[in-house]
Design a protein around this ligand. Structure first.
Ligand SMILES: Nc1ncnc2c1ncn2[C@@H]1O[C@H](COP(=O)(O)OP(=O)(O)OP(=O)(O)O)[C@@H](O)[C@H]1O
Ligand SMILES: [Mg+2]
Length: 370
């Protein structure tokens, strides 16, 4: 296997997937590579009660009911729409499900304002059309069409950012389950093979979900993924991602548990403040998602590795936190400043530990940016 900056889940976890497939004797819908129970096990990890000979690592952290509902949807006639705030792990869950069910998570269309019908149907290889005319050979199927032909899962990221034309084309794909190619005289219909379905994601901050046509809404089951607010699961996610990051960069560095606590605590505090804010100016622009926490920690780790003495310090963590969250000046900086004075300062007096260093690092970062 050649190296990749980021391998898709079916490559990264190929060995686990092979093993699960080898012991899987459950009934499988359509052409699924794993039974629904095994898909769940792959995503959420194994427990002792599963009685397996080996441990399967958890990969997506969250309530099992979301995962179960997603799996059931994919075995049904409808597509799956994962909705949630930025960084809640929607894309990651979509990738894991496609990897477990189809062993292919890379048939992805990215929804933008510029996405056209061609991106979800097909386009033409112009030089081949000129040389040999239009035929199936000169047609370039989109990832969604390829998924239909193969009977696997196609993904549509950021569905709500695409135009209504594209959404309409998707309705016909999801209801008729075929795409016709009017340019061709024969062999001009591509039928979806059993097992084909779509996992779409939508960001609830885009406010586009309500604007989806009711016809499209009916063809999807919605699964809403909340921001993780449970500190224990959040710590698990952050630790899981950080371990991976350290391995990828071949960095030897321990993340002191008390610094991880400080990071989790400050995000919890800032979220509470955002929840009680009365206007958008009093709210950080950031959604304060778990992904953002991972970003802050990643930043601090890289900083310590490149410019520090290879141990993670509270000052560096505070600097990364302020640097990542202060996007709008002066609004975000004012909010962070208020937090540092009102919460970090008293905490540093009461709790001691790494808090005083965190206080100092944050103060400096805020002063630099102001
Ligand atoms: N519940 C979770 N379990 C495991 N990893 C998570 C979870 N939530 C977030 N992450 C990690 O956070 C990062 C961002 O997640 P992801 O890209 O899936 O978010 P998203 O919901 O698609 O966000 P966006 O709306 O911005 O596209 C990923 O590296 C992912 O692994
Ligand atoms: Mg995403």
């Amino acid at each position: 296997m050649t190296e990749m900056l980021r391998a898709p889940a079916e490559v990264k976890y190929a060995e686990e997937l092979d093993w699960l497939e080898s012991i899987d004797d459950g009934p499988k819908p359509f052409s699924w590579r794993l039974s629904p129970r095994m898909v769940r096990l792959f995503v959420l990890g194994s427990e002792r009660a599963d009685g397996l000979d080996r441990e399967i690592s958890p990969k997506w952290f969250g309530d099992r009911s979301f995962v179960e509902r997603s799996i059931v949807t994919l075995a049904s006639d409808r597509g799956l729409l994962l909705i949630g705030d930025p960084g809640t792990g929607k894309s990651w869950l979509a990738e894991l499900l496609a990897a477990a069910i189809s062993r292919n998570s890379t048939l992805v269309v990215q929804g933008t304002a510029g996405t056209t019908e061609d991106h979800i149907k097909y386009s033409w290889n112009v030089s081949m059309v000129i040389a040999k005319g239009q035929s199936r050979a000169s047609m370039i199927p989109s990832p969604i069409m390829t998924a239909m032909e193969k009977g696997v899962i196609g993904r549509f990221e950021e569905l709500t950012r695409s135009t209504s034309d594209v959404q309409d084309a998707l309705i016909s794909i999801l209801s008729e389950k075929y795409v016709s190619i009017p340019e061709l005289d024969d062999d001009n219909i591509v039928f979806a093979q059993p097992g084909f379905s779509i996992i779409a994601t939508a960001n609830s901050r885009d406010r586009g979900v309500n604007d989806l046509s009711s016809a499209l809404k009916r063809r999807f089951n919605f699964v809403r993924i909340p921001v993780v607010t449970n500190k224990k699961s959040e710590a698990e996610i952050v630790r899981f991602r950080t371990t991976e990051l350290l391995r990828r960069h071949e960095i030897e560095l321990d993340v002191p548990p008390n610094l991880l606590d400080i990071l989790l605590q400050s995000f919890a505090d800032l979220r509470a403040a955002a929840a009680s804010a009365t206007s958008d100016d009093e709210k950080l622009e950031s959604a304060l998602s778990t992904a953002e926490q991972i970003g802050v920690l990643e930043d601090a780790i890289l900083h310590s590795t490149f410019f520090g003495d290879r141990s993670l310090r509270a000052e560096t963590l505070a600097g990364s936190l302020v640097g990542s969250l202060a996007r709008r000046s002066p609004e975000d900086l004012a909010i962070l400043n208020k937090y540092w004075h009102g919460v970090v300062e008293p905490r540093s007096k009461e709790d001691g530990g790494e808090w005083p260093a965190f206080l100092e690092g944050g103060r400096q970062a805020i002063a630099t940016l102001s």
